[in-house]
Design a protein around this ligand. Structure first.
Ligand SMILES: *Cc1c(COP(=O)(O)O)cnc(C)c1O
Ligand code: SF4
Length: 335
């Protein structure tokens, strides 16, 4: 391994790994040796929100086990097609907080830039599974509108790269965008919200670390992991490379039935993250996006799990339990 880098020379590059991802239920069933009787329902749910999984993530899933906690995050199932009262296509009303394409400004002092419409993995519970990304995909010239918006509002001290997943975008483009933002004097901090270090850890290349660290902006990264099995040693090397480069790395998770709704799993997740220099940040109650109702955990159970974590772990390893409420000026703690 090259010092300071998480990439090994013999594995395919991250872009090849993206291209080689599994994008069809049949491939997924074959590769993971799953019971074919559920293929038909998987195809139906896939036509609503398509399958997408890189091999680096697949390699952490136990073959032939329909209840694997990583599999459940990526496998389309028939429950997704049920209409459930209270679940909708835009539960966070983000489509109204979209003053210029590619930008979501809901909270004081910080805003999201939709840097890439795509993700490396399609998570079945995703709150953005129905977001109209096609209308929110600025190419370089259109970034000017978003940059002008940031430059006009001196209250904005932090810009968050979001998506989709911003790290699906190439490093040249990200370096360019970061330079433009660093040119706006009132912006102090840059934050990257990404699941790529978890699903394709080779994404954290030397050239990625260069633009992340070669800016006057204070840079942090919020990764997204829901289960300790996601954090193998390759993910660990990438997280430690980010930390060694001086980037503050945090994690957010979504609380989900059958995946991480027990104290042991959540405690192991926090401890594993910290082994890799990463601090738990948020534990989110699920957003009520249609297709994800089968992952719901009641508020009562969520609070109980959170109290048990407070007893079990040092305070700094307990994520804040929050939910997003449309119109609210921040994430809202569950109390
Ligand atoms: C979650 C979110 C943020 C970041 O919130 P923090 O509490 O600072 O992590 C910013 N803008 C939008 C629109 C968000 O949804
Ligand atoms: S935005 Fe995040 S949660 Fe949603 S599909 Fe992409 S990686 Fe998964």
């Amino acid at each position: 391994m090259i010092p300071g880098s998480a990439t090994s020379l013999d594995s395919p590059g991250w872009q090849e790994q993206l291209t080689a991802s599994i994008r069809h239920p049949k491939e997924l069933f074959d590769f993971l040796e799953l019971d074919g009787t559920h293929l038909r329902e998987a195809l139906a749910a896939h036509s609503d929100f398509q399958v997408r999984v890189p091999h680096a993530y697949l390699s952490r899933i136990r073959k032939g086990d329909p209840n694997d906690p990583l599999l459940r995050q990526i496998l389309p199932v028939s429950e997704e097609l049920l209409a459930v009262p209270g679940y909708s296509k835009d539960p966070l009303a983000e489509q109204q907080a979209n003053p210029v394409p590619g930008l979501i400004h809901k909270y004081h002092g910080r805003l999201l830039l939709v840097v890439s419409p795509n993700c490396a993995v399609n998570c079945r519970y995703c709150f953005r599974r129905h977001f109209p990304y096609q209308e929110n995909r600025p190419a370089r010239p259109e970034w000017q509108n978003a940059l002008d918006y940031i430059a006009r509002d001196a209250s904005i001290s932090e810009v968050i790269y979001s998506g989709g997943d911003p790290l699906v975008t190439g490093d040249n483009q990200l370096r360019w965008l970061t330079e433009q933002i660093a040119g706006i004097r009132h912006v102090k901090r840059l934050r990257i919200h990404t699941r790529l270090p978890v699903v394709i850890p080779d994404r954290i290349t030397d050239s990625c670390l260069q633009w992340l660290t070669g800016t006057r902006l204070q840079t942090s990264m919020v990764i997204h992991s829901n289960h300790p099995n996601e954090l193998d040693d390759s993910v660990g090397s990438s997280l430690l490379a980010l930390k060694s480069a001086g980037i503050t790395v945090m994690n957010q998770s979504v609380l989900m039935a059958g995946i991480n709704d027990d104290t042991d799993t959540l405690a192991q997740l926090s401890e594993r993250l910290f082994e890799f220099g990463t601090l738990p940040y948020y534990l989110h109650q699920l957003d009520k996006i249609s297709g994800a109702a089968h992952f719901e955990v009641s508020d009562e159970t969520a609070r109980q799990l959170h109290s048990q974590l407070l007893v079990r772990l040092p305070g700094y390893l307990v994520p804040k339990l929050v939910r997003e409420i449309p119109g609210s000026p921040s994430k809202v703690p569950l109390t």
